[in-house]
Design a protein around this ligand. Structure first.
Ligand code: ACO
Length: 324
């Protein structure tokens, strides 16, 4: 028997304010047609001036705990994946821990930009597998709108704000692909590509917050290749064939990147969870937002195989295979 991390529940939170492509076109030289055709994005949620990343994270966490019917006091570790923490320090996860009224256990942030949720899930899974935690709260939360140059049409149309969370609990498995829970996680990074996608500032290192700088076509090219590789790696590690995957729940950066991965897996669009049209790219929040949506509307069913994949600045990329 081996220890596994089973998803006990999911939750999400989206700020109330919705900005459509037409709204952006009123103040930028862009159009709904251009944005939809290149990315699949139609609208994004934007946090209010008083809303911080920890507020979004807390709302998603509370929803996930309720869905999991889990008392916050039983959580051993809280991990927040974010690129937009409330402050340089302390960790946004510690703010969430305090807001949940917890003083036991431990909380910290993980920074892997758009791959952040897969990284945080892998870290939490390892704590659980090693017996150092029995329950984990894994959150992806971003106020990415704060990192954007709203005059750069090449980047500002792509992103949105939001948060998603999952509660993981320890369970016993046989150690093969029939087990419920996280079957494997696969993480990679390659820091050589810094200049293709980065924020030119903070936190703390050079005295300014900075905004997102991106070579879109190059990022696109790398994303398609790296995601195809890591998806192959994840399938091989579990002796799974593409047709055994019930759901692809990808990071939502660009619909064309997602379609590329789905095509490689020979997966029909009905088995791909897409939220990009209404959420845009919410960085570390996009996968848990998509999981929460598909769990809530009944698409994800117990026993099904769910494949997560993500790629982001760093470059970082990764995948996870979960039996729901
Ligand atoms: N509206 C209208 N025109 C625009 C806009 C816009 N919002 N943005 C750029 N353009 C113009 C450019 O100025 C350029 O004009 P020019 O030909 O006169 O010079 C033209 O459109 C083409 O620009 P490209 O950058 O070549 O357009 P491309 O087809 O590559 O699409 C995009 C750009 C959507 C950013 C695409 O490259 C992409 O999605 N890349 C992936 C990047 C990504 O997803 N990053 C997210 C973070 S990383 C991740 O999560 C994977």
């Amino acid at each position: 028997m081996i220890r596994r991390s089973v998803v006990l529940g999911c939750g999400s939170y989206l700020p109330a304010k919705i900005v459509t492509n037409d709204d952006l076109a009123k103040r930028l030289e862009t159009s709904d047609e251009w944005i939809v055709k290149r990315t699949g994005i139609k609208a994004r949620h934007i946090a209010g001036p008083e809303e911080k990343t920890s507020d979004l994270a807390l709302a998603a966490a509370r929803a996930a705990l309720a869905d999991a019917k889990t008392d916050a006091a039983s959580i051993d570790v809280i991990i927040v994946a974010t690129t937009t923490p409330d402050n340089t320090f302390p960790a946004t996860a510690a703010r969430v821990q305090a807001a949940l009224g917890l003083t036991a256990g431990f909380a910290f942030d993980v920074q892997a930009v758009c791959s952040g949720f897969v990284y945080a899930l892998a870290v939490a899974d390892n704590f659980i597998r090693l017996g150092q935690a029995n329950k984990a709260l894994v959150i992806g939360a971003e106020t990415f709108s704060r990192l954007l140059d709203w005059n750069d049409r090449g980047t500002c149309v792509l992103f949105g704000d939001g948060a998603g969370a999952v509660v993981l609990g320890a369970s016993e498995g046989k150690g093969d692909k029939t087990d419920r829970g996280i079957l494997s996680t696969h993480l990679h990074s390659d820091g050589r590509h810094y200049d293709l996608l980065y924020a030119d500032g903070g936190p703390g290192s050079n005295g300014k917050t900075g905004t997102v700088k991106m070579e879109g076509q190059e990022v696109f090219r790398h994303a398609v290749t790296r995601l195809a590789e890591v998806v192959d790696e994840a399938l091989a590690a579990n002796d799974l064939k593409p047709e055994e995957i019930d759901w692809l729940v990808p990071h939502q950066a660009n619909q064309r990147i997602i379609e590329g991965t789905a095509k490689k897996l020979n997966m029909p669009p009905e088995r791909v969870v897409l939220t990009i049209a209404n959420h845009a790219n919410t960085s570390a929040a996009s996968i848990p937002l998509a999981l929460a949506e598909a769990a809530k509307d009944g698409r994800l069913k117990r026993g099904q195989i769910v494949l997560l994949d993500a790629m982001g600045g760093g470059f970082t990329w990764g995948a996870a295979v979960i039996r729901w």
